[in-house]
Design a protein around this ligand. Structure first.
Ligand SMILES: CC(C)(COP(=O)(O)OP(=O)(O)OC[C@H]1O[C@@H](n2cnc3c(N)ncnc32)[C@H](O)[C@@H]1OP(=O)(O)O)[C@@H](O)C(=O)NCCC(=O)NCCS
Length: 390
């Protein structure tokens, strides 16, 4: 990576701009931030993953944008990269109390990074302060952005000071467990539950999207506040699953990467419960401190009522998740920001679980581009679940 030999510029210097890195600058950044985020992979595998993830269907053709803060009057590849991040584009529904849900886009900021040699000088703050307003109109040909998001792993203060305000950031955590549903690999034969494979997701995601559109409109009307949702579409699930497939191929070279992507209770459409999940690895296997987790990307209860039948359905799909967590050596199963009905159903399942309110990591944060404060009291975020993470 190019280093300044002279004095470092002030973060406020007008010569500094937000631009896109060259391929070499990107490589240099990944090499640097591998030291923070790559501990479960070799450097070579980490770079292979980042390169791969920038060139898959959901991110190709502008789905991901890389940003750096630098002095663009200096020659590319020889200028200092003072800070780095990326933004991922996702689809949204936004509804005002007086209207119907309209489709738009959101940019989610990820991989915010400043090399150790440049830290504490305000460069990342400058990059993000410039980026916030840019994302309001970035790729506007793809749709209107009413807000942008990020997930802070450094607490609530830093990003709040720049206008990304904290929203609900809790999850329910369950231990891995052998389950009657997948025990012995005959999961499809288990009663009351069916495993979900790649080919099952399109139809369910489309159905979920139609439910969510109505829910966003309804929420805006009933709360008299703007309501927003990121759409849990198949493309978003694919992004998670390709990442998972890559990680599993490296972490378990002797195993075929997982094909089970979720579980659904059997029975009538309109009365089902389903989950779509993904296995996420942060560090070495067999080390609980790694925090390797099976995340429930999305949980759908079609008929949101607090009944014994629904509790049984929820239990049967969660048991699949627990069994998959055990199979892939993950330390827990996590479902983000479950609603009140699910909380009540969970109690009836008899499963062991705990609630966690996160204060430091994955703090869901939103910058609002429309009228009003845009904090968690004035904007309703519907379906704030792990699938939207970036
Ligand atoms: C976080 C990071 C991007 C900040 O870059 P930077 O250019 O040094 O940031 P700025 O100079 O604009 O701001 C410095 C402030 O960042 C905040 N900050 C930095 N790291 C922090 C951490 N781990 N926890 C909480 N706050 C932190 C502090 O408020 C700090 O102020 P201080 O120097 O008075 O303590 C950089 O430390 C980094 O790359 N860290 C490793 C990767 C990472 O954790 N990224 C964030 C993922 S959400």
């Amino acid at each position: 990576m190019a280093n300044y030999t002279g004095e470092l510029p002030l973060a406020s210097a007008p010569t500094l701009k937000l631009v896109h890195p060259t391929p070499k600058e990107k490589l240099d950044m990944w090499t640097e931030n591998w030291k923070v985020w790559g501990t479960s992979l070799s450097l070579e595998d980490y770079i292979e993953r980042e390169t791969h993830l920038a060139d898959i269907p959901p991110t190709r053709d502008g789905g991901v944008t890389h940003w750096i803060l630098t002095d663009p009057t200096l020659p590319p590849d020889a200028r200092p990269v003072l800070s780095f991040c990326e933004s991922l584009r996702r689809r949204t529904f936004v509804s005002l109390p007086s209207g119907e849900a309209q489709e738009g886009i959101v940019h989610g900021i990820g991989s915010v990074f400043c090399a150790p040699a440049y830290r504490g000088r305000g460069y990342a703050t400058r990059m993000l302060s410039d980026l916030g307003p840019i994302l309001n109109t970035w790729q506007k040909e793809a749709g209107k952005s009413h807000f942008s998001i990020l997930y802070s792993d450094i607490g609530k203060k830093y990003y709040t000071s720049m206008g990304w305000l904290p929203f609900a950031s809790s999850h329910v955590s369950l231990p891995p467990a052998a389950s009657p549903a997948t025990n012995g690999g005959n999961g499809d034969k288990a009663e009351g539950v069916k495993l979900l494979y790649e080919e099952d997701l399109k139809e369910l995601c489309e159905l979920d999207e139609s439910y969510l559109r109505n829910e966003v409109t309804k929420t805006a009307k009933s709360t008299n506040k703007p309501a927003v949702a990121i759409i849990p579409d198949q493309s978003t699930m694919t992004w998670h699953h390709l990442r998972e497939q890559f990680m599993c191929s490296k972490m378990f070279p002797q195993k075929t990467p997982p094909t089970i992507h979720g579980a659904i209770s059997t029975g009538e459409p309109g009365l089902r419960v389903w989950i779509i999940f993904s296995r996420v690895f942060y560090g070495p296997l067999a080390n609980v401190k790694s925090g390797n987790t099976l995340y429930i990307l999305r949980l759908v209860v079609e008929d949101e009522t607090d009944t014994d039948e629904n509790a049984q359905k929820l239990k049967s799909v969660l048991q699949v998740a627990q069994a998959e967590a055990k199979e892939w050596e993950l330390s827990s199963v996590a479902a983000w920001n479950v609603g009140d009905v699910v909380k009540r159903l969970l109690k009836r399942t008899g499963l062991e679980y705990k609630f966690v309110d996160r204060e430091n990591d994955s703090i869901t944060s939103l910058m609002w581009y429309e009228d009003g404060k845009g904090d968690a009291d004035s904007v309703e975020w519907v379906g704030n679940e792990k699938f939207a993470w970036c």
